[in-house]
Design a protein around this ligand. Structure first.
Ligand code: NAI
Ligand code: MG
Length: 361
């Protein structure tokens, strides 16, 4: 059966950056003979404006019916005063939970051409290539009970619950170990097992899964130390696996080691390998509509899509090489510009990647 890719452009720079990713997907079809259908849907603020909801039924149906979803970004000042239940971000969260996209893959890669973009010393970050695997559909963000209540003495109390089932820990650990097998064969599991019982179980289950992967070296780290080590000596890590909240924080920290929000892709996968792919940045309303957004994070998300959902790892590697080629040529959107380089628009960057891709043997 023909594979299907859903294109959800969203808001702000979303439409501009996904247009460049679609150029790449089209070039892959035309020049590499790869085959899939692409279908667009509304999400976020754009969907709210058109239909009154950030996740219309036909968009959800399209997402459910697709092998992979490419998402631009959602949100912006226009919708900030809306009730939280109909805010653009709900569109994204709705897809994540409806499709059970429990494995969030966040690579933090520092391209050698952009070493100067990091705030850390070159010797600390050059060659950085780590993969953070964050559990995305469980933990304290979803645990019950949750809420704010008034105590008998009149004082208010807010509460959330950190809960993980064994099965939820096992499946995310399996994803992390499987990825580690194709990389440096090292997994560091991050928890707070000295204080939180739920993460004591996390550690136990990760140890059990490790037995299925004898070639992978497993270590454990408390989250406070992991935060410190990410800034002190990030290259010690290969694959990091952790809970939803710890992963939220650590993946942003790791992303910033590379200094360039416009360069980092992500994937969110379900049990079967179906996934949603998106840049880690938001809708960047401050630069929307100017043709200056960096499309590379979205284009690199396409590479992850090829690898994880479309079973096309050779083209994925070529696409990543093509991005390296345009950086070698000195092409830079303003967010990664440095003196001596050639400043280019969103569209010119996309065109250059396509050209490099077509010319890559
Ligand atoms: P942001 O990531 O949109 O922007 C932060 C800064 O980075 C801005 O100065 C922006 O111009 C710049 N930037 C981001 N992506 C860029 C790119 N590709 N090229 C060049 N520069 C880029 O984060 P911010 O400003 O906090 O949020 C803006 C909106 O995006 C909010 O409504 C927020 O809720 C939403 N958002 C959506 C996300 C998503 O759709 N997954 C994730 C994060 C935020
Ligand atoms: Mg975050």
């Amino acid at each position: 059966m023909r594979k299907k890719v859903a294109i959800l452009a969203g808001d702000g720079i979303g439409p501009e950056i996904t247009a460049e990713a679609v150029k790449v997907l089209t070039a892959l079809q035309e020049h590499w003979g790869l085959d899939w259908v692409m279908e667009s849907g509304l999400i976020g603020g754009a969907a709210y404006d058109a239909t009154g909801t950030p996740l219309p039924d036909d968009t959800l149906a399209l997402a459910q019916d697709s092998d992979a979803i490419l998402l631009g970004a959602v949100g912006g000042p226009k919708w900030e005063t809306l009730d939280i239940s109909i805010r653009p971000e709900k569109g994204l969260l709705g897809i994540r939970s409806a499709l059970q996209l429990f494995a969030n893959l966040r690579p933090a890669i520092l391209y050698p051409q952009l070493v100067g973009a990091s705030t850390l010393k070159p010797e600390v970050v050059s060659g950085l290539d780590i993969m953070i695997v964050r559990e995305l559909t469980g933990g304290i963000y979803f645990g019950q009970p949750r809420g704010v209540q008034r105590l008998e003495n009149g004082e208010r109390e807010g509460f959330n619950t950190l809960v993980y089932k064994e099965s939820e820990i096992r499946r995310i650990a399996q994803v992390a170990f499987t990825i580690a097998m194709k990389r440096g064969r090292r997994v560091c599991s991050v928890d707070k097992a000295n204080v939180l019982e739920s993460t004591e179980l996390w550690r136990e289950v990760v140890n059990e899964v490790a037995k299925e992967f004898p070639e992978v070296e497993l270590s454990h780290m408390y989250v406070d130390n992991a935060a410190m080590q990410l800034v002190r000596a990030p290259k010690q890590f290969d694959v990091l696996v952790t809970t939803n909240m710890f992963g939220d924080i650590l993946s942003d920290c790791a992303a910033m080691l590379t200094g360039s929000i416009g360069m980092l892709p992500s994937a969110s996968l379900d049990q079967s390998g179906k996934g949603m792919y998106e840049p880690i940045h938001g809708s960047a309303p401050d630069i929307a509509g100017q043709g200056i957004a960096n499309p590379l994070a979205t284009i690199l998300s396409v590479a992850m899509m090829l690898r994880y959902s479309l079973n096309e790892s050779a083209p994925a590697t070529c696409l990543e090489k093509a991005v390296g080629t345009v950086l070698d040529r000195g092409l830079r959107t303003p967010d990664i510009y440095s003196p001596g380089m050639s400043q280019v628009s969103t569209g010119a960057m996309g065109d250059a990647v396509v050209e490099a891709l077509i010319n890559t043997p």
